[in-house]
Design a protein around this ligand. Sequence first.
Ligand SMILES: [Fe+2]
Length: 272
Amino acid sequence: MTNSSRSTPISLDRLVAQLQERPFAPVPLAFSAEVLEQGARDFLNFIALPDKVKDTLSLRHIPGMHPGYRIGYERRKRQKDGARDSKEFVHYTPEMSELLKDEIAQLPADLGIFLKTAEKIFRGAEATMWQVLTAFDEKFPGFSAQFKAPGSYGLLRFLKYDRLKPGDFLAVGHYDRGGCTLALAESAPGLRIGFNDTDLAPVHRDRDQALFMPALFFENLTGGMVKPAWHDVIQRSADTVNDEIARWAIVFFIDPAGTPAYTAVDAHTPKR
Ligand SMILES: [Fe+2]
């Protein structure tokens, strides 16, 4: 798909043909890539705050949301927390500004800038995703409506991996557990996508594109027509951000109502 497709509807036949060849598809961003670059800067400024300050926004479940969904800030250390990587992330939804307003009021004023940028990205990511989901309405009537029904959720993730040692940076292979995913921006190439661990291959993303990836539930939603994207990261050491940060990425997830509670085993077991 080229940039010339920005204003034209996505063809379902082309999209499905692409996803059946390898389970990802470049989609034109429905907003400016500059907003993503601003979001990355704002996120890294937040990450540079003392842990005590960041913990004010610690991850929390919001009543009524899918059990797997928690919003806020989290820091996970490899091994210590049973995590596979050492990382920090912020899970953002537009409700966050209201739900966490007392906590946010205690934080430095420029956090407000980060949240404003995050809202722009969230709305832009929704619009970008919509181009894909509405294309499926042609074959599956009401398809996109499932992603707007009560009980469906969008979530924007700002993620930073620590640089633990010199050498290449790796993130382990998995399927995403929800409906589908947009890889919006990242500090360097390294993402690989395949149907399982035997056919992973590097993918390229243009600055004004997102990469659409079906997650586990998408296979059910399309009657098995579209398989989920197995993905990992192998990033060259020369591409690390600095001595402390290996990589950052901005990713948007959307789960329609009725998404099952997939387990870590579901996510980390390649389908052969
Ligand atoms: Fe993922």
